[in-house]
Design a protein around this ligand. Structure first.
Ligand code: CU
Length: 145
């Protein structure tokens, strides 16, 4: 059994599980994607995540972009740079925020322009402490710049 739920802009409590796997209960709040202009190839996706038992976000998939990565921002001298990270830690019971200027999901090679009000489906791949993976479907709303 796999239970999925599309989180719009409301708080959603989602259980993503597989038979025999420890329940990895993860909540998603306020998922959104920044709108793009024509010819713009990249954009960011943002949300708040909370895992009840602790987990890692290890991958993101979406049909809206060819490549989706987990990024963090770091200062290099006076310049803010972003880098891909292998996993985003979700400590048990704590909200982790993906937000502009901080950690974010990077969508690259965007298939078509994303307009305000569009819905972008994303699959978050979560890994629990035992290394079991589960997938969480998220529907993110596209917002203006
Ligand atoms: Cu980025």
């Amino acid at each position: 059994m796999r239970s999925t739920l599309f989180a719009l802009s409301v708080v959603a409590l989602v259980s993503a599980f597989e038979p025999g796997a420890a329940l990895a209960q993860t909540s998603v709040e306020d998922p959104w994607v920044r709108a793009t202009v024509p010819a713009q190839q990249t954009t960011g996706a943002y949300m708040k995540l909370k895992s009840e038992k602790g987990a890692k976000l290890v991958a993101v998939k979406t049909s809206a972009a060819k490549v989706a990565e987990i990024h963090e921002m770091k200062m290099k001298g006076d310049v803010m740079e972003m880098h891909e990270i292998k996993a985003l830690e979700l400590p048990a019971g704590k909200w982790v925020e993906l937000a502009p200027g901080g950690k974010h999901l990077m969508l690259m090679e965007v298939a078509k322009p994303l307009a305000k009000g569009d819905n972008v489906r994303m699959t978050l791949v979560l890994e629990d402490k035992e290394g079991k993976r589960s997938e969480l479907e998220v529907g993110a709303t596209v917002r203006g710049r």
